[in-house]
Design a protein around this ligand. Structure first.
Ligand code: F6P
Length: 361
C-alpha cells in the first residue's frame, strides 16, 4: 500500500477541505494510507504535526471553509526565519530536513495544495527528488496553467452579493460607494463581481485608471438621472503613474500593496472632485470565509481525485489543472511564476465596456 501525504499552504481558500476529502477517499478506496501535514511544511520539520487521515476524519468536510490541516504564509523551508542563539531572526535553508523526514516516514508522494508561492516550493522539492503533485488554489484566480482555481467562484459570489446590497443604500442616499475587493496582481474578482453586480466603475491592476475619467463618468451618470454610483476596486488597482504599485520593481511585492488603501484613496478623490457624498468599504477576508459554492466544491473534489490518479500513474512534478471538460496534468515547471492576468481585450472586459461600465482609462 502506498503512503501519501498532503499539505495546504498560503492563504486559505474555500474548497481546501474538499481536496483533502477527495484525496483521502480516493486513496482509501485503493487501500493507501494518507497523512496530513499540518500548517504547510511545518509538519515535515516537526513530525509531531502529522496526522493520519481516514474517512472518519474527512467525511463531508467538503462543505466547510478553511482547511482542517491549517496553513501558513511563513513556512518556506528554503527560506525559514529561525531564531539564533542571540535571539535574532536568521533566514535558513532547512529543506534537507524536510527531505530527510519525508524519507524516514517512508512516504511515497506529497500532494501540495497551494498558490503560486506554495507551488514554487513544491517544484523546488521536486527538483530535490521528492515525488510531488501540486493542486492549484487561489481565490484570486491568477495562476497560470489552469482555466480556473477553486475558491474564486466563492469569492466572486460573496463580492457580488455585497455589491447587490450596496445598490439600495447608495441609491437611497444618492451616494457613491467604493468597494475594495481582493486581487493583488490580477483583477478577476473585481471584474466578474463588478459586472455581475452591475457596478458603474471597475478598477483592476491590468488597466491603470485616471481618476478624472472615473469622476467624469460619475458626473455624467448624475446628469442622466442616476444620482448614485457603485465603484468596485481590486486591491491591486492603481492610478496611471502608480502611487500604490511600483511597476519599476517588476514583480509586485506584497509590501507595495497597502490593504484597504486603494478603495479609500479612490473614495476621497471622488468626494473631492465631484462633491458627491462618498463612502468606502473593504470586503477583505469575508471573501475567503465560509462554505465553498457548489462549483468550487466540485472542482476541488475533482482536483483531489485527479491528484490521486496521477500518483497511480507515477506522474510526479506536475500540477492538476482544469482544461474543460477534463482535469489534466501540467508540469510544475511551466506554471511556477506564470501569473494569469485579465486579458484587457478579452470578451469579459469587452462585455463590461459595451454595457456601459467604466474602467477609468
Ligand atoms: O492571494 C489571496 C489573497 O486573499 C489576496 O487576494 C490578498 O491580497 C491576500 O491573500 C491577503 O493575505 P493575508 O491573508 O495574508 O492577509
Amino acid at each position: 500500500a502506498l503512503r501519501i501525504a498532503i499539505n495546504t499552504g498560503g492563504g486559505d481558500a474555500p474548497g481546501l477541505n474538499a481536496v483533502i476529502e477527495a484525496v483521502v477517499m480516493s486513496a482509501y478506496n485503493r487501500n493507501w494510507e494518507v497523512y496530513g501535514i499540518k500548517n504547510g511544511y511545518t509538519g515535515l520539520l516537526n513530525t509531531d504535526e502529522i496526522i493520519r487521515l481516514t474517512p472518519d476524519n474527512v467525511r463531508r468536510i467538503s462543505s466547510i471553509g478553511g482547511t482542517i490541516l491549517g496553513t501558513t504564509n511563513k513556512g518556506n523551508p528554503f527560506q525559514m526565519p529561525i531564531k539564533n542563539m542571540a535571539g535574532e531572526i536568521e533566514i535558513k535553508d532547512v529543506s534537507d530536513k524536510v527531505v530527510e523526514n519525508f524519507k524516514r516516514l517512508h512516504l511515497d508522494c506529497l500532494i501540495a495544495v497551494g498558490g503560486d508561492g506554495s507551488l514554487k516550493i513544491a517544484y523546488d522539492f521536486y527538483k530535490k527528488g521528492l515525488p510531488i503533485i501540486g493542486v492549484p488554489k487561489t481565490i484570486d484566480n491568477d495562476l497560470g496553467g489552469t482555466v480556473i482555481t477553486f475558491g474564486f467562484d466563492t469569492a466572486v459570489s460573496i463580492a457580488t452579493e455585497a455589491i447587490d446590497r450596496l445598490h439600495s443604500t447608495a441609491k437611497s442616499h444618492d451616494r457613491v460607494m467604493v468597494v475594495e475587493v481582493m486581487g493583488r496582481h490580477a483583477g478577476w474578482i473585481a471584474l466578474n463581481s463588478g459586472i455581475s453586480g452591475a457596478a458603474d466603475v471597475i478598477l483592476i491592476p491590468e488597466i491603470p485608471f485616471d481618476i478624472e475619467k472615473v469622476c467624469e463618468h460619475i458626473i455624467s451618470l448624475d446628469l442622466h438621472g442616476q444620482h448614485y454610483a457603485i465603484v468596485v476596486a481590486a486591491e491591486g488597482s492603481s492610478p496611471i503613474g502608480g502611487r500604490q504599485i511600483d511597476k519599476g520593481k517588476g514583480e509586485i511585492g506584497r509590501q507595495d500593496v497597502v490593504l484597504g488603501g486603494i478603495g479609500e484613496f479612490v473614495a476621497k478623490e471622488i468626494a473631492k472632485k465631484t462633491g458627491k457624498d462618498t463612502r468606502s468599504l473593504v470586503l477583505g477576508h469575508l471573501q475567503r470565509g465560509g462554505s465553498p459554492t457548489t462549483f468550487d466544491r466540485l472542482l476541488a473534489l475533482r482536483f483531489g481525485a485527479a491528484a490521486v490518479r496521477m500518483i497511480e500513474k507515477k506522474n510526479f512534478g506536475v500540477m492538476v489543472a482544469l482544461d474543460p471538460p477534463d482535469v489534466k496534468a501540467v508540469p510544475l515547471e511551466k506554471v511556477v511564476g506564470s501569473m494569469k492576468k485579465v486579458p484587457i481585450d478579452g470578451d469579459t472586459v469587452k462585455t463590461a465596456r459595451e454595457i456601459g461600465i467604466c474602467f477609468g482609462d
